[in-house]
Design a protein around this ligand. Structure first.
Ligand SMILES: *[C@@H]1O[C@H](CO)[C@@H](O)[C@H](O)[C@H]1NC(C)=O
Length: 275
């Protein structure tokens, strides 16, 4: 009995680790033909024009995982466009782990915006420039989410860590399974230079591409204790990772809620003291 359970968990884990086919793992949820799965499930594209954006969602819900996606962002003049890629449990008191890419004029830098919600509470924005042009090639955006911490990485370089600080009374996402979502939409009222630069619709349709999805993850209900056999489940930042995160934060971070004293005149949120 026990062996049987362990085997089936291992098998579902292996399956989750190797498939990475958009037809198998995702549903297109909106955009009336603007989202496309191509190349036998190896490639997915989202597009945006004046009438609508588009989006997709994972078939599975995940409770912890190491989730990688390669994304090539809207090239050229992408001002006013926003490409989102995030995990969310939806609903009131939801948990959420966000990547959002805010477009820009040709040659001007995208902003990578991140946030973490636990039990409905977010307000934990950190923003970065990237050290490469994210529209030229695919780059890997990863979320490692385990009971100890959430680590955001870009091409294997950690850029942000949100530690479990429940012992200090800070809520942490750990019991609500999350779907993976992505969308491409228009937000030219705020996205580029705070809304100053509007979308040039003569350049539409705008397109972002996705490839090589890979999830070492637990799907809802099928992987709690057993995942302790997987190293990602207990992985934390090693010394190199800590040095990389410092490098990114020193050179590429452009906003950190934990240092925004105008916003928090009464003192910073609890997690900021060690985040
Ligand atoms: C766009 O470029 C401007 C000018 O370099 C910069 O201030 C801004 O942060 C960039 N990104 C966005 C999304 O506005």
């Amino acid at each position: 009995m026990k062996i049987h359970v362990l085997l089936s968990v291992l098998l579902s884990f292996v399956a989750a680790a190797i498939c990475g086919n958009f037809n198998q793992d995702f549903d297109i949820t909106w955009g009336e033909g603007r989202a496309k799965i191509l190349d036998n499930g190896k490639l997915l594209t989202l597009s945006l024009d004046k009438a609508s954006g588009s989006g997709f969602r994972s078939k599975n819900q995940y409770l912890f995982g190491k989730i990688d996606m390669q994304i090539k962002l809207v090239p050229g003049n992408s001002a006013g466009t926003v490409t989102t890629y995030y995990l969310s449990s939806l609903g009131q008191n939801h948990d959420e782990i966000d990547f959002e890419f805010l477009g820009n004029l040709s040659g001007d830098p995208y902003i990578l915006h991140t946030n973490v919600f636990a039990l409905g509470k977010g307000n934990r924005e950190q923003q970065f420039y990237l050290w490469f042009d994210p529209t030229k090639d695919f780059h890997t955006y990863s979320i490692l989410w385990n009971p100890q911490s959430i680590i955001f990485s870009v091409d294997g370089t950690p850029i942000r860590q949100f530690k479990n600080q429940e012992s200090k009374g800070v809520s942490y996402p750990k019991s609500q399974p999350m779907w993976i979502f992505s969308s491409l939409w228009n937000a030219d009222d705020w996205a580029t230079r705070g809304g100053l630069v509007k979308t040039d619709w003569t350049k539409a349709p705008f397109t972002a591409s996705y490839a090589n999805f890979n999830a070492l993850a637990c799907t809802a209900g099928s992987c709690s204790k057993k995942s302790s056999v997987n190293s990602w489940f207990s992985q934390s930042l090693d010394i190199t990772g800590q040095e990389r995160i410092k490098w990114v934060q020193k050179n590429y971070m452009i906003y950190n809620y934990c240092t925004d004293s105008k916003r928090f005149p009464q003192g910073f949120p609890t997690e900021c003291s060690t985040a």
